[in-house]
Design a binder for this molecule. Structure first.
Ligand code: HGY
Ligand code: MN
Ligand code: MN
Ligand code: MN
Length: 418
């Protein structure tokens, strides 16, 4: 496509329609403070999917799902045999999440396709909008299950026994989900190799807003590793058991986390290390805990650091314990990725052609796009979010910021689907 963008395409992207859809979605799992809690594979998730399917079918898009519950909305091109251009993100949220993380990328794809159709612009390639299953990894670890299974990066049966906080195994939740959506056409997992993949997402950081910039042209995504650490001691009465005779799982958990903090020292402040979830059993003020469990979320843009520091985690934990035993299980491992030049190029051209201010930047958050890189040219579009906040009810982007992102997405899709 030429440097200028089809003006009728820009006009066809409807800011109010997109915002209205977002606010309708925000009601499904609404929590105080304008937040959302919409776990993957839940009745709320299915209600949101039915709402999306309704909009897609009204547009004349073909709807299909697959054995992992990934949802595809297909805009036909003049050459139905051509490899589709794929866009989308996820609809599941954090437990204390916001109204934009993930869902905007899915609705931006829908809005971009609707604008292309309403502007009467034909594409040679089909365009498919996808909602990936379980990107957040909140209910079931790891995250990005849908895109990892679809791209062949991971085998779904390796997650069958993973349980959610209520003890429901992943496989049971998925089977229930598939039964509830048995009316939808179902594709085999990993149906095709896309021509390209573009994911629109809020930045989840402060750079665009603080720089007064409109569009993040995402160049790559840092690496992530998740571990679950289970510490086993011996339960005892808090008033009668001498300290010298205790196998206190909480005390040893504290020692282990303190030792990990030393391992994760980084003067450059590039490394990210989070213990976000801690569970204690029996969790009683006057009983010495016999079990403690905590999660590790470790991230770094450099593969060697990710490998070296990650490999050291189990040994550092074992060395820190004084009386308990620890089991360390790795639950997610995504290497850093650099996006191939085609998609960032298309995104940057679309932003400049619309007189917007783009910034080439890496992503600190992981995304489904990470797992499309081995399959096809992939990339992402970021828009600013208020104070860079995400994974919190106060997460916010303005209707105008989101519409600018969708206009760039629409133009990039039009170029890639030519
Ligand atoms: O955790 C992440 O990076 C993503 O927002 N789920
Ligand atoms: Mn997300
Ligand atoms: Mn997220
Ligand atoms: Mn994502």
């Amino acid at each position: 496509m030429s440097e200028s963008v089809a003006p009728n395409l820009i006009a066809a992207v409807d800011e109010a329609r997109q915002w209205d859809r977002l606010m309708q979605m925000a009601k499904l799992g609404a929590i105080p403070g304008d937040g959302v809690n919409r776990p993957c594979l839940s009745p709320l998730d299915r209600e949101a999917r039915r709402l999306l399917i309704g909009w897609a079918e009204a547009l004349g898009l073909a709807v299909a799902t697959d054995e992992l519950g990934n949802l595809f909305l297909r805009h036909e091109g003049s050459d139905p045999e051509a490899a589709p251009v794929l866009t989308g993100s996820h609809m599941d949220s954090q437990p204390n999440g916001g109204r934009f993380d993930g869902i905007w990328g899915v609705l931006a794809g829908l809005e971009a396709v609707q604008a292309i159709r309403e502007a009467g612009l034909a594409t040679r390639r089909p365009i498919e909008v996808v909602a990936w299953t379980n990107e957040e990894g909140g209910r079931y670890a790891p995250g990005c299950m849908g895109s990892m299974a679809w791209s062949g990066f991971a085998k779904p049966d390796s997650w069958d026994a993973v349980v959610d906080p209520d003890g429901i195994p992943f496989r049971a939740a998925l089977d229930e989900h598939l039964a509830a959506e048995a009316d939808l056409p179902r594709r085999p997992l990993g149906a095709y190799r896309p021509h390209a993949y573009v994911e629109a997402h809020i930045e989840q950081g402060p750079r665009l807003e603080s720089g007064g910039l409109d569009i993040g042209v995402v160049t790559g995504i840092q690496g992530s590793r998740w571990f679950l650490v289970e510490i086993e001691g011996k339960t005892d009465h808090a008033g009668t058991t001498p300290l010298s005779q205790r196998q206190d799982a909480v005390q040893d958990m504290v020692r282990a986390i303190t030792a990990l903090n030393r391992l994760m020292q980084d003067p450059a402040d590039v490394l990210r290390f989070t213990v976000g979830k801690v569970e204690v059993f029996p969790n009683s003020s006057n009983t010495v805990a016999d079990r403690a469990r905590f999660t590790i979320d470790f991230r770094h843009p450099d593969k060697d650091v990710l490998l070296a520091r990650g490999a050291a985690i189990p040994g550092v934990i074992q060395a820190a314990l004084t009386s308990c035993r620890a089991t360390v299980t790795e639950r997610f491992f995504a290497l850093p990725v650099e996006f191939q030049p085609e998609v960032p190029g298309a995104v940057e051209r679309a932003a400049l052609a619309q007189g917007l201010k783009p910034l080439r930047m890496p992503s600190g958050a992981f995304h489904d796009a990470q797992f499309l890189v081995p399959l096809c040219p992939s990339g992402m579009i970021f828009v600013p979010c208020r104070d860079g906040v995400s994974h919190h009810p106060s997460e916010y982007s303005t209707p105008e910021q989101l519409a600018k992102g969708t206009r760039v997405l629409a133009a990039a899709l039009l170029e890639l689907a030519a």
